[in-house]
Design a protein around this ligand. Structure first.
Ligand code: UGA
Length: 439
């Protein structure tokens, strides 16, 4: 075999995993139908923004550990084939499996006349039962038998954007849904070359592995919405402060301190999509999902806290100068999919405000959507200059170094809405400082 593994789909998960595996000495083939994306990768220019990814890309391509192809049939040059295509939402929130169906059909056709035991690894996020359909497709188009001529395993991904390389190499856990000892052995032999010795590997059934991914993301999203709900209560209480509540409850080991940050809500390509898909899947099973529905409702309305302050402090927004610091859905990425900033900008423009924005790396992505209807600054100081309100939408590190005196010196009115609790309430109390979850 020319390659140890192939990745079908070089999006966030596919590309990050491909360069990390290659860095561990595995011979990797990356396949994607998008010629533009492949062109960028070949020029050692990662299409996704991630710390260290360009260095790893350069190293792995130069050492010939990572090769690229536009042809799906090339996957037969690898023994283990990872499916890392996207699983977007349909209009009704349910999962759209068109890329999964196409890829599994094409892999089936590709392996038809090749005498080799392939393991197909479902890494894309898919609702329980999808892997059975993938197996059906593979059998139909290859004429081969699952578990005899090939194996299918489920290996969900838990990496966070902005920390993809580190998470890919050092995950908290690896989940592997398997049907046979043979597949378990093949996957274990691969994983032992990549992960630390004592990494917990959770062996389970394929359907459980599929559900673990949704349970993981939905519970994290629930923690966030729950804290945003507590934040709303704290805001109505004199001296209330959600941060103090977070610090105290986070000390309870059963709760843990992570993902308890109240803010303007969660965005990105995963939480909103996966929570919606789990709701749609529950509906098919006739299971009430009010709990997740509430998670979404809180999230969809959380950004309105900004407008509550604006209405109270500035009244009608027509002609008012508002600056926004942070556009990406979270720091360390230029990704603006489902970013809260987009909703805030839209509403500000509806109200005819004059909007100036700044993000360390996501300005251009927002420009593609809002063009000349807003203005873009190249640093935070020029963004807040002359403005009547500054809204912190994404908690980029560099914003934390802004001092009260900077806002006083530069703004027309030093009204701050800290949507991510980046400033100290004590230091900022000499300004008009409003913050999520602060009474
Ligand atoms: C999420 C999961 O954390 C990953 O484990 C998973 O692999 C990934 O989805 C996926 O399914 O592919 P990601 O979307 O990259 O990762 O970003 P997170 O760091 O989880 O943040 C999601 C959103 O929640 C962001 O908008 C962030 O600002 C918000 N958030 C996060 C909060 O509002 N409060 C918190 O305490 C934490």
């Amino acid at each position: 075999m020319e390659y140890d593994v192939a990745f079908v789909g070089l999006g966030y998960v596919g590309l990050s995993s491909a360069v990390c595996f290659a860095d561990r000495g595995i011979n990797v083939l990356g396949v994607d139908i998008d010629a533009k994306k492949l062109g960028m990768i070949k020029k050692l220019n990662s299409p996704i923004h991630e710390k260290n990814i360009n260095e790893l890309l350069e190293k792995s391509i130069k050492k010939k550990k990572l090769s690229l192809s536009k042809e799906l049939k090339d996957v037969t040059k690898a023994k283990i084939i990872f499916l890392t295509v996207g699983t977007p939402s349909r209009k009704d929130g349910s999962i759209d499996l068109k890329y999964i169906n196409q890829a599994s059909k094409d892999i089936g056709i590709a392996i038809k006349n090749v005498q080799e035991y392939f393991v197909i690894v479902v890494k894309s996020t898919v609702v329980p039962g999808t892997t059975l359909r993938i197996i059906e497709n593979l059998e139909k188009y290859s004429g081969k038998k699952n578990s005899i001529d090939f194996g299918v395993v489920v290996n969900p991904e838990f990496l966070q954007e902005g920390n993809a390389i580190n998470d890919s190499l050092k995950p908290d856990k690896v989940v592997l849904g398997i049907n046979s000892e043979k597949d378990k052995k093949i996957m274990f032999n691969l994983f032992k070359k990549i992960y630390r010795k004592n990494l917990p590997i959770v062996y389970t059934t394929p359907s459980n592995a599929e559900l673990i991914k949704y349970a993981n993301n939905s519970l994290l999203a629930t923690k966030i919405s729950f804290m945003n709900y507590i934040a709303r209560i704290a805001e109505q209480i004199p001296d209330g402060d959600v941060e103090e509540i977070k610090n105290a409850i986070g000390m309870d080991k059963r709760i843990s301190e992570s993902f308890l940050n109240a803010g303007l809500g969660f965005g990105g390509s995963c939480f909103p999509k996966d929570v919606k898909a789990l709701i749609a899947f529950s509906k098919e099973l006739n299971i009430n999902s009010d709990i997740l529905q509430s998670v979404l409702t809180i999230n969809d309305t959380q950004f309105m806290s900004v407008f509550n302050v604006l209405n109270k402090e500035l009244g009608a927004l027509e002609g008012k100068k508002i600056s926004i610091l942070g556009l990406s859905f979270k720091p360390e990425t230029d990704d603006i999919r489902d970013a809260i900033s987009l909703k805030i900008i839209k509403k500000l423009l509806d109200k005819k405000a004059i909007v100036k924005v700044y993000d360390p790396i996501a300005n251009n992505n927002v420009k593609d959507i809002y063009g000349k209807s807003i203005s873009y600054s190249s640093n935070s100081e020029s963004c807040i200059k002359g403005s009547e309100c500054c809204i912190i939408v994404t908690e980029w590190k560099e914003f934390k170094s802004l001092k009260p005196k900077d806002f006083i010196r530069l703004m027309k009115r030093p009204l701050i809405i800290d949507g991510r609790r980046i400033f100290s309430k004590k230091k900022f109390n000499k300004l008009e400082y409003h913050a999520i979850g602060l009474g």
